[in-house]
Structures are given as C-alpha cells and as structure tokens.
Write a new protein. Structure first.
Length: 455
C-alpha cells in the first residue's frame, strides 16, 4: 500500500500540470537560491501571512512559528507577521482586503472554487515563475489549483476525510464485529439503532456555523456521481439538481436525523463543538478530517479511536471512491514582496519542515518527497488509503453562490425542517440558473477551469 500511495501522489502531481490544456506560456524560472533579491537589501521588510488550520491540526501554530524563525534568521531585515484567522473569516477577509488594496502577502486557501474565485477576481498571483519548476511540482495541490496552465496554490498538508468511531462504545452497544465499522447504509442504520437503544448518541455534529454543509455534500453526494465532470454539468445545466438522484444525499441525511441518530442540539453547536461531543466520549461517531485523529487519540486513547468511510448507499460510478483534501497557500497579486513570499513557501517545503509536520504533529505533508513509509499509525495508514483511492472533493467544484446557499445554509434548513430534501434540490437548481444568468464572466472561467477534467 505504501508503494501504491507514493505512486498516487506522483501521478497527482503530474496531473496537476497536465490536466488543463492551453493557457500561459512557459516562463523563465527563478534561480534556486536561499536568499531572495529583496532580502539582499538593508531596508526592513514586513511579510504578512494570514493562515488557518490550528482547529483541525493542533500544534500547527508552533510549526509555523519555527518556520518563521528559520526564515527570519536567514533574512535578517525581514519580519514575518502571521495572523491566525477564524474559520468564517477565511471566506471574506482576503477578498475584502484585496479589493481595498491592502491584502496579506501569503494567504491560506482551501482548494478548488474557494481559491479560483479569488483568481478570477485577480486577487492571486500564479506561482509559475516565482517558485522553481522542479520545486513547485513537489508541492501537491491537485488540478483544481490550476487555471489555464498556471498553478496558483501550493499544498501544505493533506488528509483522508471521513468518520471516526469509538470502539469502546460500539462494544458496549453490542455492535457485531462484522459491522465494526459499518460498510453499507443498511449496516449503518443497524449500528445506529443499537447505539441508540443502549442510550448512546450515535452521531454528533454541529451545524450552527453552517460549515458542516461543505463536508456533508462532499462525503455524501460523491456516491451519486458517475464522473468528476458531473458537478460541472449540474452547474451549467446539463444535469439538474432537482432530479431525485442529485438530492439523494440530502434524503439520506434526513433519514439519519428523523430516526434520532444525530444529536438533537446540532443547530445549537458549531462544527467543532459537535465534534467535541465525540472527543468527550458522549457520542459514538462523528465526521472528521484525518489531521484531528492524533488529538482524538490523545483524548480518548489510541485503542478506542477507529476510522471509517461513509457507508455505501449510492448508485453512481464514484460511489466506491474515497474523499481526501489538501490544504494550501496562495500569494496575493497585490503583494509588494511576491519573491519573498515565494521564498517563504519554499522554506515551508524544505525537507526538515515538511518532515516536522509528520514527526511533530502526525500530519501528512503535501509534498511528494515525503516518505510515506513513515506513517506507522494504523488509523492514519487507513486514511492514507483513502487518499490513494480519492477523487474530486465535491464542495471544491461548486460556485460559492450555489454552494453557500444550498449546502451551507441548506444543512440548517434540512435539520430544522424548513426545507425537505426535494425542496433543497429545487433551491439548488434555482441558484444555479440564477448564477449562470447573473455571472457570465465567472461562468466562462468556470467552464474553462473544469472543462479539462477527465475521469
């Protein structure tokens, strides 16, 4: 498996360069030097970085502080100022600052549409020409970070995305070994009922901040898709959101809710507050990213924490595919210190720094040079298999005008009973039609961006 996973990561890097046809011309590459041209000057410089990730990867603050210390020692006239953003602020702060002409030099960015809408607004600079090509190709980012032949985002760390379960609570409820964990939807319902009958909350989640809507649509809807191009077809109108197949994921979530398998205070808890119920041993399962596993093991005990994929229910050709994610960073097009910003990203990807992500935090770095055989934890090894078998992350492929209202706000409307799954499908269809009519330039960019994807 380790050898196969390494091969997967290499292929992922190759596809990130080749999957988008046409676009920018080849640029002269910068020399691979340790000191940028700006640093050679005596004038003091402030490099500003806005970032996110401590919530899902505990200890990342310390890792970044160490990286800053290394950079500042090598660039004595440079001060690196870092600001940890709240999750909701990642969406709005950077485009607002960019429009006002005072953006950070480096900005944390989720993948896909989250970064691309900034690119189309001319807020993000391409990394080609700023980072040597032989280094850039090691910084795993996926094809969704590229547009018209240019790569706009460098990977930072990656993870498999699924669920965690409490083995002790499963045993207490009498869950059979053959369903630990459940593999099919029917098995999941049986397991949830056993847990509920034993007085244990089967699944804990939080929807107050709406963020879980992205996770749920990405982990569930993928099972109804035949192709990585299906989200594009839904957005441009070749497929329809109001067809039962494409709102089935909301039907399944509603079933879990109606049967009482999800904590009844889901609308009063934020995403990570809902996850905390699992951390406290008060729920048997929760949705989770792989980077949080070390913290859960520390809280509950390594022997109690298991990992599982979303049980299979879908009829799509991608139903057997897994879900993974790669976090990353971008350089602002408004930065006055793009070369220094690129130099800092290069330091983040030095051998010592990307290995420290695993050695110190138990996180898999988004760097193709990382030795995957170092992953010795069984749970994280399993999530590594998900990375190997993963496909697109659905939430990364849907324009925010649709995703924000249909998935984010929609999850609250679903659990509150305000909208049925069918009505959510109709809402998503209406949002897609409105977006196409009101955003023709964005639509053209969107089609150019995802049009090159192949199965």
């Amino acid at each position: 498996m380790k050898k196969m996973l390494t091969i997967f990561l290499v292929l992922l890097l190759v596809s990130a360069v080749s999957v988008f046809a046409g676009g920018g011309k080849e640029k002269a590459q910068p020399e691979s030097t340790e000191t940028g041209t700006e640093s050679a000057k005596a004038e003091p410089v402030e490099l500003v970085m806005w970032w996110w990730g401590e919530t899902e990867l505990q200890g990342l603050t310390g890792w970044l502080e160490d990286t800053v210390a290394i950079f500042e020692k090598e660039h004595p006239n440079v001060t690196v100022s870092t600001t940890l953003q709240d999750t909701v602020n990642v969406f709005s702060d950077f485009p607002t600052a960019s429009a006002a002409g005072n953006p950070p030099d480096i900005q944390f960015s989720w993948n896909g549409i989250y970064a691309m809408e900034w690119v189309w607004l001319d807020h993000v600079a391409p990394l080609n020409g700023l980072i040597p090509a032989d280094e850039l190709k090691q910084m795993i980012a996926t094809p969704l970070s590229s547009f018209k032949g240019e790569q706009y985002r460098a990977g930072w760390y990656l993870f498999g995305h699924g669920w965690v379960f409490n083995k002790e609570l499963f045993k207490k409820a009498g869950v059979p070994a053959s369903m630990t964990p459940p593999q099919t939807w029917d098995e999941w319902l049986q397991v949830c009922q056993l847990l509920k009958d034993a007085g244990i909350t089967p699944i804990s989640m939080g929807a107050k901040d709406q963020l879980i809507g992205d996770w749920l649509i990405s982990l569930f809807m993928i099972q109804q898709l035949d192709s990585v191009r299906d989200p594009l077809r839904l957005v441009i109108g070749d497929l329809r959101w109001d067809e039962p197949r494409y709102y089935e994921h909301w039907v399944r979530l509603k079933e879990l809710w109606d049967k009482g398998y999800i904590n009844d205070d889901i609308l009063s808890l934020d995403l990570y507050q809902g996850q905390d119920l699992f951390t406290k041993g008060e729920a048997a399962m929760t949705i989770a990213v792989g980077t949080i596993i070390p913290a859960l093991q520390k809280a509950l005990g390594v022997e109690k924490v298991g990992v599982m994929k979303t049980p299979t229910f879908g009829v799509g050709k991608l139903a057997e595919k897994d879900v993974a994610y790669i976090q990353g960073v971008v350089i602002s097009s408004g930065s006055k210190h793009k070369e220094l910003a690129a130099e800092f990203i290069r330091v983040m990807h030095r051998d010592e720094r990307y290995n420290a992500l695993w050695d110190d935090l138990g996180a898999i770095p988004a760097d193709a040079r990382f030795d995957m055989t170092k992953i010795d934890d069984p749970a994280l090894r399993e999530t590594g298999k998900w990375v190997q078998n993963s496909t697109i992350y659905v939430g990364d492929t849907i324009p925010w005008a649709i995703l924000g209202e249909a998935a984010y706000t929609g999850c609250q409307e679903l659990f509150s009973g305000q909208l049925t799954p069918k009505e959510l499908g109709e809402k998503a269809q209406r949002l897609a039609e409105e977006w196409r009519e009101m955003s023709p330039d964005m639509l053209a960019n969107y089609q150019d961006w995802l049009g090159g994807l192949s199965d």
